[in-house]
Design a binder for this molecule. Structure first.
Ligand code: FA5
Length: 348
């Protein structure tokens, strides 16, 4: 076992130190710490060891884990700094397009196009747009959504908090909104049921970015509240939504998922078009790409929004337009959408 740990360490340390891109480093991170990563799987073998051996191996394992994490972090910083330096020295020249005999024409970003389609689809059903602030209070982002301070569910969202120690008039802790669900309570307090609202906006997370996770991501949220709204409406709207945007052949599934602000809660997945459900790097080996979280709005949240849950019920969901764009346009890495590569954008 010592041999194995040392071998993993030596093998990866060398590769990490030679890595020239963040993408390469993300791949090593996944190979070590992903679901089936070499470091992740090692503790599964510990029960086979004697008690004495375990005492020896434990600290070695922890040291190796920390060493590798630190090495990845250091190399990430180094790669970033080098790319900034390159930017400072690089000369940009704008090519006179006319002299090349063709005019270049700009167009909307592929995700913007897809979001416009979503808005159009839901406008037809009577939904109106509503956006909440990017910098928001813990109250709207968490507490009023049934996630009090210290609740373990806060760990589901890697939150970027704002240092307000020097601000005298701050209304509690401020943060960058982690989801468009921060609009829910405002919508309920501003409008009387029946409510059909939607919100498309940018959200921010302290995320370990990879092929399907961005730190700056868009979300599309709906809040639909009326008498007698139920899971069947959710199922119908999900189908209307995914088929309307991704085509009638899209294979989607609804599975139970926990969110403190809905009951019951569901995760909506689309079949990964890259591996056809077999499992690949893009979907993290699962075969499905999570597109949305959804559910029946929790009675406590309705009450917090001033709505009587004995009269009204509601559904909400938060979907990821970039994830949908990956499936719609066959894009294997979510980071391609925002890295400013014109060659990529010109394909659309
Ligand atoms: C939420 O953010 C909940 N607010 C969704 C919700 C709303 C549930 C209303 C119930 C009722 P989650 O963290 O799972 O849940 O994100 C929702 C969707 O956003 C995901 O399914 C995915 O499509 C997208 N998403 C989440 N994190 C990222 C990320 N880092 N990069 C890109 N897309 C992401």
């Amino acid at each position: 076992m010592e041999q194995k740990i040392i071998q993993i360490q030596n093998n990866f340390l060398e590769k990490i130190q030679k890595a020239k891109s963040l993408k390469e480093l993300d791949e090593y991170f996944l190979a070590l710490f992903g679901k089936t990563g070499e470091i992740t799987l090692l503790p599964k073998e510990f029960p086979k060891l004697s008690k004495e051996k375990r005492k020896q191996i434990g600290p070695l394992f922890n040291q190796t884990k920390q060493k590798l994490e630190k090495a990845i972090q250091l190399q990430r910083n180094k790669v970033r700094e080098e790319s900034y330096k390159k930017l400072e020295t690089e000369k940009f020249t704008l090519q006179p397009q006319e002299s090349q005999g063709k005019k270049r024409q700009g167009h909307l970003h592929p995700v913007t196009k897809l979001e416009n389609e979503i808005v159009e689809l839901f406008t037809k059903l009577g939904f109106k747009q509503y956006n909440a602030p990017h910098i928001d209070t813990e109250g709207y982002n968490f507490e009023l959504l049934n996630i009090p301070q210290g609740h373990p569910a806060r760990d589901l969202w890697d939150t970027l908090y704002i240092d307000t120690s020097n601000v005298k008039t701050t209304p509690g802790e401020l943060l960058l909104k982690t989801h468009t669900s921060n609009a829910q309570i405002r919508i309920m307090r501003e409008f009387k049921p029946p409510i059909r609202m939607m919100s498309i906006d940018r959200c921010f997370r302290y995320e370990n970015v990879d092929a399907r996770h961005e730190h700056t991501l868009d979300q599309f949220e709906i809040v639909y509240i009326d008498k007698g709204v139920n899971m069947a409406n959710l199922q119908y709207l999900s189908e209307y939504f995914f088929k309307g945007i991704l085509g009638k052949d899209i294979k989607a599934r609804l599975r139970p998922k926990y969110y403190p602000f809905v009951e019951p809660g569901a995760g909506v997945d689309g079949l990964c078009i890259f591996c056809k459900g077999k499992g690949c790097k893009v979907c993290g080996g699962v075969g499905w790409l999570e597109l949305a979280g959804a559910g029946m709005i929790h009675p406590t949240v309705l009450k917090n929004g001033g709505i009587d849950p004995s009269i009204y019920s509601g559904i909400a969901w938060g979907a990821g337009p970039e994830r949908m764009a990956m499936l719609k346009y066959g894009v294997k890495d979510i980071r391609s959408f925002k890295n400013g590569d014109l060659k990529f954008l010109e394909k659309f």
